[in-house]
Design a protein around this ligand. Structure first.
Ligand code: ADP
Length: 167
């Protein structure tokens, strides 16, 4: 069975992420979306909140599951016997970062392969950090994220309209 993982912070999930997930779901028989919980990182949304939003977003797809993982992604892949890791690429900056990451993951677990998927041009400027920043100033993010994420962002930043979010 052709299985893959798509790991990310998804803080928050954007239409760019969903586009990658949707396209990957038509290629792989099983896709595991892994919501990363890294104690070194500061998130706006808790792991439980990010998982909840992801669960809602993947409802239309039959071959996708999602979970939170708080260790190295390669450990998850070993445990589940999955060889392919998917990463989305918006441009050269993403690529140089993702390329290095793929080398590191390969060094940790040579059995795996990283598949890079180019963003759909419609979503090329969508970045979770910019969206959080925009939302913190009550900017309209409704064309960048699913409706439940737009609501969640509004709730997070309601009453804090004076200060911008520092990613
Ligand atoms: P991470 O902290 O792992 O980079 P992100 O949630 O920022 O987590 O991104 C997860 C993956 O989705 C990464 O491979 C990233 O490059 C990709 N990605 C983020 N935004 C987009 C987008 N608009 N289009 C395509 N891929 C994207």
């Amino acid at each position: 069975m052709l299985k893959a993982v798509f790991p990310g912070s998804f803080d928050p999930l954007t239409l760019g992420h969903i586009n990658i997930i949707e396209r990957a779901s038509t290629i792989f028989e099983e896709l595991a979306v892994v919501v990363a919980e890294n104690p070194q990182k500061k998130y706006l949304f808790s792991a439980a909140e990010r998982l909840e939003m992801m669960k809602e977003a993947i409802k239309p797809f039959k071959n996708i599951r999602c979970l939170v993982w708080d260790s190295l992604i390669v450990e998850f892949m070993k445990r589940e016997d999955i060889r392919i890791i998917i990463r989305g690429i918006r441009g050269m900056d993403d690529f140089s970062y993702e390329f290095e990451l793929s080398m590191m993951n390969k060094a940790l677990y040579p059995h795996i392969e990283t598949f890079f998927m180019s963003t759909d041009p419609k979503y090329i400027v969508l970045r979770s950090s910019s969206i959080k920043n925009l939302a913190s100033f009550q900017g309209d993010v409704s064309r960048m994220v699913p409706p439940m994420v737009a609501e969640a962002l509004k709730a997070k930043f309601s009453g804090s309209g004076k200060e911008g979010y520092l990613a």
